[in-house]
Design a protein around this ligand. Structure first.
Ligand SMILES: N[C@@H](CCC(=O)N[C@@H](CS)C(=O)NCC(=O)O)C(=O)O
Length: 362
């Protein structure tokens, strides 16, 4: 049986668990210790990050997006990518937004509010650092400080951007709430990659961490219901179909991605091309300053462009019209052809991976 190393509070571990449970792929869950995180996992995968998967044949994988693609090939029953190539492309876009853009509000709500931060520091230390010989309060303080410094303060959350960071979550709940009034999953009666991607931030962070969860319960119970519907979903039990085309209630989400995630990806890629390590970008009028340049996210934009360019002409023009109608096309294509140099041989999720932020230490 495959071994899944991660934590029961982790964004990307939760995303992969949601996927594996839905696909009914059995796995043996292993809590990742600090020693695994600092030594074993980087040795095996190249990146100090979770989750990581060890296969029966001894191979290791990391990075949920290419891992899910690999599992989809190995377990082709009940595919999570829609047959409709327009819907499939939107799934990729929504997954990338959920993975990369929602990371900041998820970390902010977890580490800026003591009611969340104290609980999570306790949970992380209890699960990960039992063997570390130091008083519990020291381990918990260290964890809280590490996370807040790296993922809140160094990721552009300031007095000037805080309302915008939180507003993005509130808007997401409104948009998803409207969708789930109409159908159980983003594209219809069964989950797709769009649901799995959104599950990362929405499950382990927004629905479980005290500060954002109370907002979800009070203002968007249909989203809370979707989170746990997906957690309980089994592909072999769901017979539902997907909708035809792209429903109107999805357009605000595409617009939001076009105004937030895509311009941020483009600014990051431009800064990386110039060899910079920090960049500034204004998003929906909010001034994000000195954001860490991420090589990994240059690859994210490269993949989105590559997939776009590989589409056949009618599909590409349908997506072009759709994205342009929501003001989301320019940012996707504004940085001409990108060559991140990462995973040039197409080995991911095997081979040497890189973390999202290279500067973050154990
Ligand atoms: N692109 C990766 C991201 C994985 C990731 O960033 N995981 C987080 C925890 S949920 C992590 O390990 N961060 C590194 C750290 O905290 O230093 C994926 O999709 O698996």
């Amino acid at each position: 049986m495959i071994k899944l190393y991660g934590l029961k509070v982790s964004y990307f571990t939760g995303k992969l668990e949601g996927y594996l449970r839905y696909k009914e792929i059995p796995f043996d869950f292993r809590s990742m210790s600090i020693a695994d995180f600092r030594k074993l996992i980087p040795e095996k995968t190249g990146a100090m990050q979770m989750p990581a998967v060890e296969l029966d044949d001894g191979r290791w994988m990391t990075d949920t997006s290419p891992m899910i693609d690999w599992f989809e090939k190995e377990y082709p029953a009940h595919p999570i990518l829609p047959d409709d190539p327009v819907q499939a492309y939107l799934c990729r876009l929504i997954e990338d937004y959920a993975d990369e853009w929602l990371w900041r509000p998820a970390m902010h709500f977890r580490w800026s509010y003591p009611v969340s931060a104290k609980l999570l520091a306790r949970q992380i230390v209890d699960e990960m650092a039992r063997d570390v010989l130091a008083p519990g309060w020291i381990k918990r303080n260290r964890t809280e400080k590490r996370q807040r410094t790296n993922f809140v303060e160094h990721d552009g959350v300031t007095d000037e951007t805080r309302a915008h960071v939180e507003g993005g979550y509130i808007r997401l709940l409104e948009m998803l709430g409207r969708i789930f009034e109409n159908r159980p999953y983003i594209f219809g009666d069964r989950p797709t990659l769009a649901d799995i991607g959104l599950f990362g931030p929405l499950f382990r962070h927004f629905s479980m961490d005290p500060a954002p969860a109370v907002i979800m319960r009070e203002t968007a119970p249909s989203v809370m219901e979707w989170v746990y519907r997906l957690w309980n979903a089994k592909a072999s039990h769901i017979k539902g179909d997907l909708v035809t085309g792209v429903p109107d209630d999805l357009l605000p989400l595409i617009r939001e991605i076009g105004e937030t995630h895509l311009p941020a990806l483009a600014a990051n890629a431009r800064a990386w091309t110039k060899g910079e390590t920090r960049y500034d970008v204004d998003i929906q009028g909010a001034p994000y300053r000195r954001l860490p340049v991420s090589h990994y996210r240059v690859w994210c934009l490269e993949k989105l462009q590559e997939r776009f360019n590989a589409l056949d002409e009618p599909t590409r023009s349908a997506i072009e019209t759709l994205l342009a109608g929501q003001g989301a096309l320019d940012a996707l294509l504004s940085v001409g052809d990108i060559n991140s140099g990462y995973d040039a041989g197409g080995e991911a999720p095997f081979g040497r991976s890189i973390p999202v932020f290279a500067d973050v230490k154990g």
